[in-house]
Design a protein around this ligand. Structure first.
Ligand code: SAH
Ligand code: SF4
Length: 395
Protein backbone atom coordinates (compact mmCIF):
# COMPACT_ATOMS: atom_id res chain seq x y z
CA UNK A 1 0.00 0.00 0.00
CA UNK A 2 1.25 3.50 -0.74
CA UNK A 3 1.47 6.18 1.88
CA UNK A 4 -1.58 7.97 0.60
CA UNK A 5 -3.84 4.93 0.76
CA UNK A 6 -5.03 5.37 4.37
CA UNK A 7 -6.23 8.90 3.61
CA UNK A 8 -8.27 7.69 0.66
CA UNK A 9 -9.64 4.89 2.82
CA UNK A 10 -10.61 7.28 5.57
CA UNK A 11 -12.51 9.38 3.12
CA UNK A 12 -14.31 6.32 1.81
CA UNK A 13 -15.31 5.04 5.24
CA UNK A 14 -16.98 8.21 6.47
CA UNK A 15 -20.26 6.64 7.58
CA UNK A 16 -22.92 7.34 5.03
CA UNK A 17 -25.92 5.96 6.74
CA UNK A 18 -28.44 4.30 4.46
CA UNK A 19 -32.02 5.39 4.99
CA UNK A 20 -34.31 3.55 7.42
CA UNK A 21 -35.41 0.26 5.89
CA UNK A 22 -32.54 0.10 3.38
CA UNK A 23 -30.20 -1.27 6.00
CA UNK A 24 -30.26 -4.96 6.91
CA UNK A 25 -32.15 -5.74 10.07
CA UNK A 26 -30.04 -7.83 12.42
CA UNK A 27 -33.11 -9.19 14.19
CA UNK A 28 -34.03 -12.55 12.68
CA UNK A 29 -30.68 -13.34 11.04
CA UNK A 30 -29.33 -16.73 12.03
CA UNK A 31 -25.75 -16.79 13.28
CA UNK A 32 -24.62 -18.00 9.84
CA UNK A 33 -26.47 -15.25 8.00
CA UNK A 34 -25.18 -12.61 10.39
CA UNK A 35 -21.65 -13.85 9.84
CA UNK A 36 -22.04 -13.64 6.07
CA UNK A 37 -23.48 -10.14 6.31
CA UNK A 38 -20.62 -8.96 8.52
CA UNK A 39 -18.07 -10.36 6.10
CA UNK A 40 -19.87 -8.69 3.18
CA UNK A 41 -19.57 -5.40 5.10
CA UNK A 42 -15.80 -5.87 5.27
CA UNK A 43 -15.27 -7.68 8.59
CA UNK A 44 -12.19 -9.89 8.21
CA UNK A 45 -13.26 -13.55 8.06
CA UNK A 46 -11.01 -14.42 10.98
CA UNK A 47 -12.83 -11.97 13.24
CA UNK A 48 -16.33 -12.67 12.01
CA UNK A 49 -17.23 -15.40 14.50
CA UNK A 50 -16.19 -13.29 17.46
CA UNK A 51 -18.09 -10.26 16.13
CA UNK A 52 -21.20 -12.41 15.69
CA UNK A 53 -20.90 -13.53 19.32
CA UNK A 54 -20.49 -10.00 20.57
CA UNK A 55 -23.37 -8.53 18.58
CA UNK A 56 -25.57 -11.55 19.35
CA UNK A 57 -25.16 -11.08 23.09
CA UNK A 58 -25.93 -7.38 22.92
CA UNK A 59 -29.06 -7.92 20.87
CA UNK A 60 -30.50 -11.10 22.32
CA UNK A 61 -29.10 -11.29 25.83
CA UNK A 62 -29.19 -7.66 26.87
CA UNK A 63 -31.87 -6.34 24.52
CA UNK A 64 -29.68 -3.50 23.23
CA UNK A 65 -30.96 -1.70 20.11
CA UNK A 66 -28.21 0.83 19.54
CA UNK A 67 -24.84 -0.08 18.06
CA UNK A 68 -23.26 2.82 19.95
CA UNK A 69 -24.02 0.99 23.22
CA UNK A 70 -21.95 -2.04 22.17
CA UNK A 71 -18.97 -0.96 24.17
CA UNK A 72 -16.76 -3.98 23.52
CA UNK A 73 -16.61 -3.07 19.83
CA UNK A 74 -14.31 -0.40 18.43
CA UNK A 75 -15.95 2.95 17.79
CA UNK A 76 -15.18 2.81 14.07
CA UNK A 77 -16.67 -0.67 13.86
CA UNK A 78 -19.82 0.50 15.63
CA UNK A 79 -20.12 3.32 13.11
CA UNK A 80 -19.70 0.86 10.29
CA UNK A 81 -22.43 -1.36 11.73
CA UNK A 82 -24.69 1.64 12.06
CA UNK A 83 -24.15 2.41 8.43
CA UNK A 84 -25.12 -1.03 7.18
CA UNK A 85 -27.46 -2.49 9.76
CA UNK A 86 -30.40 -1.72 11.97
CA UNK A 87 -31.94 -3.44 14.97
CA UNK A 88 -35.67 -3.05 14.62
CA UNK A 89 -38.74 -4.79 15.90
CA UNK A 90 -42.33 -4.75 14.73
CA UNK A 91 -44.18 -1.85 16.30
CA UNK A 92 -46.72 -2.20 19.10
CA UNK A 93 -49.82 -0.34 17.89
CA UNK A 94 -51.90 -0.98 20.98
CA UNK A 95 -51.92 -3.00 24.13
CA UNK A 96 -54.93 -4.26 26.02
CA UNK A 97 -54.77 -5.78 29.48
CA UNK A 98 -57.48 -8.22 30.54
CA UNK A 99 -59.01 -8.35 34.01
CA UNK A 100 -57.05 -11.61 34.47
CA UNK A 101 -53.72 -9.99 33.58
CA UNK A 102 -53.52 -11.35 30.03
CA UNK A 103 -51.97 -8.80 27.69
CA UNK A 104 -52.84 -8.57 24.05
CA UNK A 105 -50.59 -6.59 21.73
CA UNK A 106 -51.60 -5.47 18.30
CA UNK A 107 -48.37 -5.39 16.35
CA UNK A 108 -47.69 -3.73 13.01
CA UNK A 109 -45.26 -5.31 10.58
CA UNK A 110 -43.84 -4.08 7.27
CA UNK A 111 -46.50 -3.36 4.70
CA UNK A 112 -48.88 -2.08 7.36
CA UNK A 113 -50.21 -5.54 8.24
CA UNK A 114 -51.06 -6.40 11.78
CA UNK A 115 -50.83 -9.49 13.94
CA UNK A 116 -51.78 -10.17 17.51
CA UNK A 117 -49.52 -11.44 20.25
CA UNK A 118 -50.85 -12.58 23.62
CA UNK A 119 -49.01 -12.83 26.94
CA UNK A 120 -50.59 -15.08 29.55
CA UNK A 121 -49.17 -14.77 33.07
CA UNK A 122 -49.46 -17.73 35.43
CA UNK A 123 -48.19 -18.19 38.96
CA UNK A 124 -45.04 -20.08 38.08
CA UNK A 125 -44.53 -19.00 34.49
CA UNK A 126 -45.64 -16.77 31.67
CA UNK A 127 -46.52 -17.90 28.18
CA UNK A 128 -46.31 -15.85 25.04
CA UNK A 129 -48.59 -16.87 22.21
CA UNK A 130 -47.07 -15.71 18.94
CA UNK A 131 -48.23 -15.57 15.34
CA UNK A 132 -46.49 -17.06 12.31
CA UNK A 133 -48.61 -15.67 9.47
CA UNK A 134 -50.93 -12.77 8.79
CA UNK A 135 -54.19 -14.67 8.40
CA UNK A 136 -54.19 -18.35 7.45
CA UNK A 137 -54.67 -20.30 4.22
CA UNK A 138 -56.61 -22.94 6.09
CA UNK A 139 -60.25 -22.48 6.89
CA UNK A 140 -61.05 -24.31 10.10
CA UNK A 141 -64.72 -23.62 10.58
CA UNK A 142 -64.51 -22.76 14.30
CA UNK A 143 -61.49 -20.46 14.06
CA UNK A 144 -61.73 -16.70 13.73
CA UNK A 145 -58.32 -16.41 12.09
CA UNK A 146 -59.52 -18.94 9.51
CA UNK A 147 -62.08 -16.44 8.23
CA UNK A 148 -59.24 -14.11 7.29
CA UNK A 149 -57.38 -14.86 4.06
CA UNK A 150 -53.62 -15.32 4.20
CA UNK A 151 -51.89 -12.03 3.63
CA UNK A 152 -48.33 -13.21 4.03
CA UNK A 153 -45.83 -15.26 5.98
CA UNK A 154 -44.01 -13.47 8.76
CA UNK A 155 -40.24 -13.20 8.45
CA UNK A 156 -37.99 -14.78 11.09
CA UNK A 157 -37.31 -11.26 12.39
CA UNK A 158 -41.01 -10.55 12.77
CA UNK A 159 -41.50 -13.84 14.64
CA UNK A 160 -38.62 -13.44 17.12
CA UNK A 161 -39.45 -9.71 17.20
CA UNK A 162 -42.73 -10.59 18.93
CA UNK A 163 -40.78 -12.24 21.74
CA UNK A 164 -38.44 -9.27 22.04
CA UNK A 165 -41.16 -6.65 22.16
CA UNK A 166 -43.00 -8.61 24.83
CA UNK A 167 -39.77 -8.67 26.86
CA UNK A 168 -39.52 -4.91 26.33
CA UNK A 169 -43.06 -4.42 27.61
CA UNK A 170 -42.49 -6.75 30.57
CA UNK A 171 -39.21 -4.99 31.38
CA UNK A 172 -37.46 -8.33 31.37
CA UNK A 173 -34.09 -7.64 29.75
CA UNK A 174 -31.32 -8.07 32.31
CA UNK A 175 -29.08 -5.12 33.06
CA UNK A 176 -25.65 -5.56 31.47
CA UNK A 177 -23.20 -6.60 34.13
CA UNK A 178 -25.90 -7.26 36.73
CA UNK A 179 -27.31 -10.63 35.82
CA UNK A 180 -28.37 -12.85 33.01
CA UNK A 181 -32.02 -13.13 33.90
CA UNK A 182 -31.46 -16.72 34.99
CA UNK A 183 -31.77 -16.01 38.70
CA UNK A 184 -35.53 -16.22 39.21
CA UNK A 185 -38.60 -17.45 37.37
CA UNK A 186 -38.96 -15.64 34.13
CA UNK A 187 -41.98 -13.54 33.30
CA UNK A 188 -41.75 -14.81 29.74
CA UNK A 189 -40.76 -18.43 30.24
CA UNK A 190 -42.66 -20.25 27.51
CA UNK A 191 -43.55 -19.70 23.88
CA UNK A 192 -46.48 -21.26 22.09
CA UNK A 193 -46.88 -20.95 18.33
CA UNK A 194 -50.64 -20.82 18.65
CA UNK A 195 -51.46 -17.35 17.41
CA UNK A 196 -52.45 -16.50 13.89
CA UNK A 197 -51.39 -18.81 11.08
CA UNK A 198 -50.20 -22.33 10.45
CA UNK A 199 -46.54 -22.44 11.55
CA UNK A 200 -45.71 -25.47 9.41
CA UNK A 201 -46.68 -23.52 6.29
CA UNK A 202 -43.93 -21.05 7.19
CA UNK A 203 -41.44 -23.62 8.35
CA UNK A 204 -38.07 -22.00 7.65
CA UNK A 205 -38.86 -18.65 9.20
CA UNK A 206 -40.42 -20.31 12.25
CA UNK A 207 -37.38 -22.59 12.59
CA UNK A 208 -34.87 -19.74 12.32
CA UNK A 209 -36.79 -17.63 14.83
CA UNK A 210 -37.06 -20.48 17.34
CA UNK A 211 -33.36 -21.25 16.96
CA UNK A 212 -32.72 -17.67 18.01
CA UNK A 213 -35.10 -18.02 20.98
CA UNK A 214 -33.29 -21.19 22.11
CA UNK A 215 -29.73 -19.93 21.62
CA UNK A 216 -27.94 -20.19 24.96
CA UNK A 217 -26.12 -16.88 24.52
CA UNK A 218 -29.30 -14.94 24.00
CA UNK A 219 -32.92 -15.39 25.00
CA UNK A 220 -32.00 -18.93 26.02
CA UNK A 221 -35.37 -20.63 26.32
CA UNK A 222 -35.15 -24.39 26.48
CA UNK A 223 -36.63 -26.26 23.52
CA UNK A 224 -38.98 -27.89 26.04
CA UNK A 225 -40.52 -24.51 26.74
CA UNK A 226 -41.55 -23.97 23.15
CA UNK A 227 -44.66 -25.63 21.72
CA UNK A 228 -45.58 -25.52 18.08
CA UNK A 229 -49.22 -26.16 17.24
CA UNK A 230 -50.15 -27.51 13.83
CA UNK A 231 -53.46 -28.35 12.26
CA UNK A 232 -51.76 -31.45 10.82
CA UNK A 233 -49.35 -30.63 7.99
CA UNK A 234 -48.10 -34.22 7.92
CA UNK A 235 -44.99 -33.89 5.70
CA UNK A 236 -43.51 -31.19 7.99
CA UNK A 237 -44.13 -32.93 11.30
CA UNK A 238 -40.95 -35.02 11.47
CA UNK A 239 -38.93 -31.96 10.40
CA UNK A 240 -40.25 -30.10 13.43
CA UNK A 241 -38.53 -32.61 15.71
CA UNK A 242 -35.37 -32.80 13.64
CA UNK A 243 -34.78 -29.15 12.83
CA UNK A 244 -36.41 -27.31 15.74
CA UNK A 245 -36.68 -29.91 18.47
CA UNK A 246 -39.53 -28.18 20.27
CA UNK A 247 -42.67 -29.77 21.66
CA UNK A 248 -45.58 -30.49 19.37
CA UNK A 249 -49.28 -29.83 19.71
CA UNK A 250 -51.82 -31.00 17.18
CA UNK A 251 -55.22 -29.49 16.57
CA UNK A 252 -57.10 -32.76 16.58
CA UNK A 253 -60.66 -31.68 17.40
CA UNK A 254 -62.61 -34.67 16.04
CA UNK A 255 -62.64 -38.45 16.16
CA UNK A 256 -64.09 -39.28 12.75
CA UNK A 257 -62.89 -38.13 9.34
CA UNK A 258 -66.38 -36.96 8.57
CA UNK A 259 -66.42 -34.44 11.43
CA UNK A 260 -62.73 -33.53 11.12
CA UNK A 261 -63.15 -32.83 7.38
CA UNK A 262 -65.69 -30.25 8.42
CA UNK A 263 -63.82 -28.68 11.35
CA UNK A 264 -60.21 -28.91 10.14
CA UNK A 265 -60.43 -29.11 6.33
CA UNK A 266 -56.75 -30.01 5.95
CA UNK A 267 -58.03 -33.43 7.06
CA UNK A 268 -59.22 -33.98 3.50
CA UNK A 269 -55.57 -33.91 2.45
CA UNK A 270 -54.10 -35.81 5.41
CA UNK A 271 -56.76 -37.74 7.25
CA UNK A 272 -56.82 -38.92 10.85
CA UNK A 273 -55.03 -42.19 10.12
CA UNK A 274 -52.24 -40.50 8.15
CA UNK A 275 -51.83 -37.89 10.86
CA UNK A 276 -51.69 -40.46 13.65
CA UNK A 277 -49.11 -42.51 11.74
CA UNK A 278 -46.91 -39.41 11.50
CA UNK A 279 -47.35 -38.76 15.23
CA UNK A 280 -46.53 -42.35 16.14
CA UNK A 281 -43.22 -41.83 14.40
CA UNK A 282 -42.55 -38.38 15.86
CA UNK A 283 -38.91 -38.74 16.81
CA UNK A 284 -39.12 -36.63 19.94
CA UNK A 285 -42.25 -38.09 21.52
CA UNK A 286 -41.63 -39.75 24.87
CA UNK A 287 -43.26 -39.85 28.26
CA UNK A 288 -41.45 -36.72 29.32
CA UNK A 289 -42.14 -34.99 26.02
CA UNK A 290 -45.66 -35.90 25.18
CA UNK A 291 -47.58 -34.68 22.18
CA UNK A 292 -50.46 -32.39 23.11
CA UNK A 293 -53.73 -33.16 21.40
CA UNK A 294 -55.79 -30.00 21.31
CA UNK A 295 -59.50 -30.62 21.29
CA UNK A 296 -61.95 -27.75 21.05
CA UNK A 297 -65.25 -28.51 22.79
CA UNK A 298 -68.13 -27.73 20.46
CA UNK A 299 -71.63 -28.33 21.71
CA UNK A 300 -73.28 -31.37 20.07
CA UNK A 301 -70.57 -31.53 17.40
CA UNK A 302 -67.62 -33.43 18.89
CA UNK A 303 -68.31 -33.61 22.63
CA UNK A 304 -70.12 -36.92 23.28
CA UNK A 305 -68.91 -39.71 25.57
CA UNK A 306 -68.58 -41.83 22.45
CA UNK A 307 -66.18 -39.22 21.02
CA UNK A 308 -64.12 -39.35 24.20
CA UNK A 309 -63.87 -43.15 24.03
CA UNK A 310 -62.98 -43.06 20.34
CA UNK A 311 -60.32 -40.46 21.00
CA UNK A 312 -58.65 -42.61 23.62
CA UNK A 313 -58.61 -45.59 21.25
CA UNK A 314 -57.23 -43.57 18.35
CA UNK A 315 -54.27 -42.18 20.23
CA UNK A 316 -53.32 -45.37 22.04
CA UNK A 317 -49.58 -45.97 21.88
CA UNK A 318 -48.73 -42.29 21.44
CA UNK A 319 -47.21 -40.50 24.45
CA UNK A 320 -49.93 -37.88 24.70
CA UNK A 321 -51.86 -35.45 26.80
CA UNK A 322 -55.16 -34.01 25.76
CA UNK A 323 -55.85 -30.35 26.13
CA UNK A 324 -59.56 -29.65 26.12
CA UNK A 325 -60.30 -26.13 24.91
CA UNK A 326 -63.74 -24.75 25.67
CA UNK A 327 -64.80 -23.11 22.40
CA UNK A 328 -64.20 -19.36 22.42
CA UNK A 329 -66.98 -17.56 20.68
CA UNK A 330 -66.48 -14.79 18.16
CA UNK A 331 -69.02 -12.66 16.29
CA UNK A 332 -70.87 -14.80 13.77
CA UNK A 333 -69.35 -18.10 14.90
CA UNK A 334 -71.45 -21.08 13.83
CA UNK A 335 -70.80 -23.05 17.06
CA UNK A 336 -71.46 -22.93 20.76
CA UNK A 337 -69.27 -23.91 23.67
CA UNK A 338 -70.10 -27.29 25.20
CA UNK A 339 -71.75 -27.16 28.62
CA UNK A 340 -69.36 -27.32 31.53
CA UNK A 341 -70.78 -30.64 32.79
CA UNK A 342 -70.31 -32.13 29.30
CA UNK A 343 -66.67 -31.00 29.21
CA UNK A 344 -66.12 -32.55 32.64
CA UNK A 345 -67.62 -35.91 31.64
CA UNK A 346 -65.49 -35.92 28.50
CA UNK A 347 -62.38 -35.11 30.56
CA UNK A 348 -63.23 -37.84 33.03
CA UNK A 349 -63.32 -40.58 30.39
CA UNK A 350 -59.93 -39.51 29.08
CA UNK A 351 -58.46 -39.22 32.55
CA UNK A 352 -59.66 -42.71 33.51
CA UNK A 353 -58.00 -44.07 30.37
CA UNK A 354 -54.72 -42.82 31.78
CA UNK A 355 -54.20 -39.50 29.99
CA UNK A 356 -53.78 -36.08 31.50
CA UNK A 357 -56.77 -34.09 30.32
CA UNK A 358 -56.45 -30.49 31.47
CA UNK A 359 -59.25 -28.16 30.53
CA UNK A 360 -57.73 -24.96 29.23
CA UNK A 361 -59.14 -22.05 31.18
CA UNK A 362 -60.08 -19.37 28.70
CA UNK A 363 -57.83 -16.36 29.28
CA UNK A 364 -58.29 -12.81 28.18
CA UNK A 365 -61.77 -13.39 26.80
CA UNK A 366 -62.84 -9.85 27.67
CA UNK A 367 -60.26 -8.51 25.22
CA UNK A 368 -60.81 -11.20 22.55
CA UNK A 369 -57.38 -12.63 23.24
CA UNK A 370 -58.43 -16.26 23.72
CA UNK A 371 -57.50 -19.07 21.33
CA UNK A 372 -59.03 -18.69 17.92
CA UNK A 373 -60.30 -15.19 18.56
CA UNK A 374 -57.33 -13.44 17.06
CA UNK A 375 -57.91 -11.41 14.00
CA UNK A 376 -56.44 -8.04 13.38
CA UNK A 377 -58.70 -5.04 13.40
CA UNK A 378 -57.48 -3.75 10.06
CA UNK A 379 -58.10 -7.06 8.35
CA UNK A 380 -61.50 -7.10 10.00
CA UNK A 381 -62.18 -3.66 8.60
CA UNK A 382 -60.87 -4.66 5.19
CA UNK A 383 -63.09 -7.72 5.21
CA UNK A 384 -66.16 -5.78 6.18
CA UNK A 385 -65.46 -3.27 3.43
CA UNK A 386 -65.21 -6.15 0.97
CA UNK A 387 -68.42 -7.57 2.35
CA UNK A 388 -70.20 -4.26 1.99
CA UNK A 389 -68.93 -3.98 -1.57
CA UNK A 390 -70.17 -7.50 -2.32
CA UNK A 391 -73.55 -6.79 -0.79
CA UNK A 392 -74.04 -3.53 -2.62
CA UNK A 393 -72.54 -4.83 -5.84
CA UNK A 394 -69.83 -2.16 -5.86
CA UNK A 395 -66.91 -4.59 -5.45
N1 SAH B 1 -52.75 -22.99 13.07
C1 SAH B 1 -52.28 -23.72 14.18
C2 SAH B 1 -51.96 -22.86 15.37
C3 SAH B 1 -52.90 -21.72 15.70
S1 SAH B 1 -54.45 -22.10 16.38
C4 SAH B 1 -53.26 -24.78 14.56
O1 SAH B 1 -54.37 -24.77 14.06
O2 SAH B 1 -52.90 -25.64 15.35
C5 SAH B 1 -54.16 -22.49 18.10
C6 SAH B 1 -55.23 -23.42 18.69
O3 SAH B 1 -56.46 -22.72 18.94
C7 SAH B 1 -55.58 -24.56 17.74
O4 SAH B 1 -55.68 -25.77 18.44
C8 SAH B 1 -56.92 -24.12 17.22
O5 SAH B 1 -57.61 -25.21 16.72
C9 SAH B 1 -57.53 -23.49 18.44
N2 SAH B 1 -58.68 -22.65 18.15
C10 SAH B 1 -58.96 -21.98 17.01
N3 SAH B 1 -60.12 -21.32 17.12
C11 SAH B 1 -60.59 -21.57 18.35
C12 SAH B 1 -61.76 -21.14 19.08
N4 SAH B 1 -62.64 -20.30 18.53
N5 SAH B 1 -61.94 -21.57 20.32
C13 SAH B 1 -61.01 -22.40 20.90
N6 SAH B 1 -59.90 -22.83 20.29
C14 SAH B 1 -59.69 -22.42 19.02
FE1 SF4 C 1 -55.46 -21.67 10.58
FE2 SF4 C 1 -55.04 -22.94 12.93
FE3 SF4 C 1 -57.16 -21.32 12.59
FE4 SF4 C 1 -57.09 -23.66 11.35
S1 SF4 C 1 -57.14 -23.33 13.60
S2 SF4 C 1 -57.68 -21.70 10.45
S3 SF4 C 1 -54.92 -23.85 10.87
S4 SF4 C 1 -55.02 -20.71 12.55
Amino acid sequence: MTGSAPITQDVLTIPRKLPEGARTNIVGLTRDKLREALIAMGTPEKQAKMRVNQIWQWVYQWGVRDFQAMTNLAKTYRAQLDEHFEITLPEIVSKQVSADGTRKYLVRIAGGHEVEVVYIPETDRGTLCISSQVGCTLTCSFCHTGTQKLVRNLTAGEIIGQVMLARDDLGEWPQPGVGTGESGPRLLSNIVLMGMGEPLYNFENVRDAMKIAMDGEGIALSRRRITLSTSGVVPEIAKTAEEIGCLLAVSFHATTDEVRDELVPINKRWNIETLLDALREYPKASNSERITFEYVMLKDVNDSDEDARRLVKLISGIPAKINLIPFNEWPGAPYQRSDWSRIESFADIIYKAGYASPIRTPRGEDIMAACGQLKSATERARKSKAQIAAETGTG
